[in-house]
Ligand binder design. Sequence first.
Ligand code: DWN
Length: 426
Amino acid sequence: MMPSTRAPGRRSNRKSNRGVLSRCRICGCQTLEKFLSLGPSPLANNFLTAEQLRRPEPYFPLDVCFCTTCWLVQLADVVPPEAMFTEYLYLTGASQPMRLHFAGLAADLVERFSPPRGGLIVDIGSNDGTFLEQAQAHGLRGLGVEPAANVGAVAQGRGVETFTAFFNMEVAERIVREKGPARAVVATNVFAHVHDLDGFTAAVVRLLAEDGVFVIEVPYVVDMLDRLEFDTIYHEHLSYFGVRPLSLLFERFGLQVTHVSRLKVHGGSIRVYAQRPRAPAPSRAVSELVAKETAQGFGTLDTYERFAQRVKALRDELVGLLRQLKAQGARIVGYGAPAKGNTLLNFCKIGTEILDYVIDTTPFKHGRYTPGVHLPVLPETRFQADRPDYALLLAWNYAEEILKKEGVYRAQGGKFIMPIPHPAVI
Ligand code: DWN
């Protein structure tokens, strides 16, 4: 699919050549119903350099569909992964809460599956090695597979061996040949990014030891709808999973979902364990979540159409609040430059007329500009020096940690604006 590009400041009037999905990426049925369009959008992690600001910026349609057969929520348009994941500006380790989270995952795996010391654990989409560093501390043999060489280099610098590649059957065969089968294959915030789920899952099965476990973490569609987390919708996230469609996919490849844990990270995620059927019988959590999805209407189009209406109402409410504060002369900045923040800013058309800049802890992002609305990304030190009147909490998923960290700012009268699920000054 060719992107529609926009010269700075002007809408492109060329209809983009859309590679629109005609079949569901899990069940293959032609029963996709579009329920939300966030409009042509820039790539959420495509933070621009000053030089790139002068060039046309790629925009792609951002339309969300629901499969009435298997219930998978998914994007209609597929952006080539090379355009998004070859140079990557998101670092897992840039957020202390994520470092703690992945220490917990490593401990959970060891406690739940007791892999032998030296057992191979492969992390697909291993980013900067934050998770594998923890797994290696438990005596496991870690191997990362990461397509973005820039973040893979950070992992290598931490002593985490990393293959620079997109995971596929060829990579799985290479790992088995060179390292042996894996006791555990982990894919956190990756599985939702994959278009060819069949090819990916077949390659995981090829890589797994007979009694191995496949563990994924993905944002949970129930949390996305319940908490109006529309900003987690962007081109990297092709699928928005429930347990039911995941189970249907894995069963096709001889894997059974044996346990599911609900997590707070990224606005609400699920950690899904899948093993070959000889593993222990599925836990009650699996059937309970499928029953919950059914009871809450996640199998009916009306549920998603109501979500779309609530998203538009939220946009109008947030923009109204920001404009009111601005009209009172307030100085407002964005706090955090997450990918999700760019969906929110571009869908709500919040730009330099409202926010002076955004701050972020990720060195890769400093000195760049947010995609679409082109807000400058500055280090945290600028926030501490400026003490703006308000901070729009774009990284709302870390609200607890951030509000605690900025206790002095708040004690001195600074206020945060929570954008979702209901815009509020806190
Ligand atoms: O799937 C993905 C999710 C899991 O991670 C990837 N597609 C991309 C990324 O999405 P994101 O950028 O929305 O993730 P985060 O972890 O919500 O991003 C938070 C941003 O906020 C980071 O750039 C770090 C920054 N931050 C900050 O500036 N101050 C974070 C904390 C905790 C802080 O105190």
